[in-house]
Design a protein around this ligand. Structure first.
Ligand SMILES: Cc1cc2nc3c(=O)[nH]c(=O)nc-3n(C[C@H](O)[C@H](O)[C@H](O)COP(=O)(O)OP(=O)(O)OC[C@H]3O[C@@H](n4cnc5c(N)ncnc54)[C@H](O)[C@@H]3O)c2cc1C
Length: 384
């Protein structure tokens, strides 16, 4: 990815206007009614958002990492669930761009870039989330194909998507386990059942499902990179890329909650003056805005490092940790400022409050981010 060009700034402006005009007015109503945003997702495809990290040579609209993060902030400011339609889709694209064979890039990237192919990542299972080496789904070689058996849990975009990244064990007895794990691009077909849409607290409308594989056939040429035993590295790399997008999603939710709160605080009168004139409310607003600004700086600093091609796993982890905790704290503070109205579906704050925990858990839980940050700190400050 390169520095932002005029074209990239134009995409960002277009997304901002799209969110203000088309998304914010309908988001809460559609979310409460459980309507899937087909038309909005198609508009996002027309804007090139399904190909944000895919090179132009494959039909994508590749943008630099700062623009990438800002686009996720804008979308999530409007509706976190809508950002979810492209969130893990872009992780799949990232893994194919970085590790796919030339044939895989040619077959999958153009469709992923236009949104004709839509999907996500099938990593988590009922018994393995943070501890991905504990997955039990297998993909066993049988001539020119692999046969997949097992279950995947929490798979976003699984019902309306058609193309996914699958992590499975090709050598279940390998020790350590990650050496026996491989990644595939899979397309829906016989043997793959979307068995359940999981009913969630928030992050609604974008579907999150349970999948079952029974003798599901994957052509051997869909093994990412053409080599077995690399899947764990591919998946970890994809999750690393996801950290910035999840951090940016957290910032978007926090920003929306803050803006609602500061608007309300200037209109709502108690004891003869707007609540924004009470110092305890002012302290809340000041803390909220400070955390939001700190989140933005952490995200953009990590994104700039990534633009320069420097290692930034610790910085992206810090950004993800801080921005998503900020989303959870600020959305709750916004609810307090709105009082009873914050708890009501007449205002969007209850949606931000229900959406925020997803970014704390998804993209690697914040407990995991702390472990990653600490590991890097101990490397950096090792006492010899
Ligand atoms: C709405 C939603 C959408 C999702 N979408 C996808 C998707 O598209 N694809 C996909 O593959 N997955 C998806 N996930 C799954 C998500 O990645 C996992 O929920 C997450 O990784 C945590 O795994 P888990 O739920 O199994 O929790 P667990 O791994 O069981 O963890 C439970 C708790 O223990 C903590 N913990 C675990 N290990 C440690 C440790 N070593 N030290 C300290 N604390 C620890 C965790 O941080 C957490 O607090 C989604 C989840 C949700 C809720």
């Amino acid at each position: 990815m390169t520095q932002a060009s005029e074209e990239q700034r134009l995409i960002l402006r277009t997304v901002r206007e799209f969110v203000d005009r088309e998304v914010i007015p309908v988001a809460s109503g559609m979310e409460h009614r459980g309507e899937y945003p087909f038309a909005l997702a198609n508009q996002m495809a027309q804007m090139g958002l399904f190909g944000l990290n895919i090179p132009e040579a494959f039909g994508g609209t590749e943008v630099d990492y700062v623009t990438f993060a800002r686009i996720f902030v804008e979308l999530s400011r409007g509706w976190l669930g809508l950002a979810g339609v492209i969130g893990t889709h872009l992780v799949l694209a990232d893994v194919v761009v970085k590790f796919g064979t030339e044939d895989q890039k040619r077959r999958f990237l153009p469709g992923l870039a236009t949104g004709e192919r839509r999907g996500g990542i099938c990593l988590s299972e009922p018994n393995a989330g943070t501890d991905l080496q504990n997955i039990s789904t297998t993909a066993m070689r049988d001539g020119n194909v692999y046969r997949v058996n097992g279950s995947k849990m929490w798979i976003t975009n699984a019902r309306y998507g058609n193309t996914f990244l699958l992590l499975a064990k090709t050598d279940p007895s390998a020790k350590p386990a990650h050496r026996g794990m491989s990644a595939f691009v899979i397309e829906k077909g016989p043997g793959l059942t979307v068995s359940r849409d999981i009913d969630k607290l928030g992050y609604k409308t974008v579907e999150t499902c349970e999948l079952h594989f029974q003798d599901f056939v994957v052509p051997a040429e869909n093994l990412i990179g053409g080599a077995e035993g690399q899947g764990f590295v591919h998946a970890m790399n994809g999750l690393e890329a996801e950290r910035l997008n999840v951090a940016a999603r957290g910032l978007g939710v926090a920003q929306a909650a803050f803006e609602e709160a500061i608007r309300y605080a200037q209109q709502r009168v108690t004891f003869g003056k707007p609540i924004a004139q009470h110092q305890l409310i002012q302290a809340k607003l000041a803390d909220m805005a400070t955390k939001i600004e700190a989140s933005r700086l952490l995200i953009e600093s990590a994104a700039e490092k990534k633009n320069r091609g420097e290692r930034c796993d610790m910085e992206a982890g810090m950004a993800k940790l801080f921005a998503t905790e900020t989303a959870a704290e600020v959305s709750f503070d916004a609810m307090r400022i709105l009082g009873g109205n914050g708890y009501s579906k007449d205002f969007p704050v209850e949606r931000y409050y229900r959406d925020a925990p997803l970014v704390v858990i998804g993209g690697g839980t914040n407990e995991l981010q702390r472990l990653i940050i600490a590991r890097r700190l101990l490397e950096k400050y090792a006492v010899s």
